[in-house]
Design a protein around this ligand. Sequence first.
Ligand code: SF4
Length: 287
Amino acid sequence: MNPEIYFVLTKNCNLRCRHCYLESRPGLKDTTISTENFEKAVNNLPKTSPIRLILSGGEIFTIRKQLYEFLDCLKEKNELRKRKHLGKIEIALQTNGFWGKDSKMAEEILNEMKSFGITQIDLSSDDYYHKEQGLLKDRIKRIKKINDEGEYIQHITDGCRISRNSLIPIGRARNIIEISEVKTDLPMDCKKSIMNRNFYVNPQGEVSMCAYFPYNLEGKLTEKPLEEMVKLSMNNEKLMALDQQGIKGLAKYYGVPYQTTIKLISKLGKCGACYILYNLSKKGNLS
Ligand code: SF4
């Protein structure tokens, strides 16, 4: 399996959705990774196999000038990798698609993304929380129509549909859902994350196995090659337990009886149970 890296470039966003786990909002441009650090992180990605790199935020088109610097950097790295017969970095973007409000801007952005070699754009779905912020379905329809007509990007996809049942109380979602109501099994899988090199990178260059809980690998991607971070993390019992057996392995590592773990998972879902374990361990009530 080829590595998949989900890279959060910024917490800045044009919206302030009530469910946002990152607490993204306008006015956070200073949370954006610097171009210099972005380049260092890209240099530390595995070289031999192709990589799927998903650039996300926040809203990446609110930092358009910097985003284009990042994409320029990736274009250059891909040319270099091609010359050396190394694996290509396939780039996908995640955006709320606010720019689809305006046909001219949508066409301009799609055209530019084509020139950067972007193969996929994933648009936030028209779920309740995005709609509440004024993000309407017509932006998705417009972007897809313009893309079909101009054949700019191979795949334009809708993000997963977010409902109250898929939330866990992190970030602003804490104001929406109580832990007693959680029953969350998200489609992401922490199990085999290290083995398959599927990671989440934040703007500080920290690498974790999940967007929600910072079970971080040793070191930072801006300072060390990912393969070296993985090697160092092999000595971390907690990370290995999570990687090999998922939430059940993590609970076992913390000494939680098996039956209690099963009850937690059936009541709160896998991610909900992980949320409880993570919070208790942070408070020092586990291990
Ligand atoms: S659009 Fe996405 S990143 Fe922005 S506030 Fe909403 S959920 Fe958060």
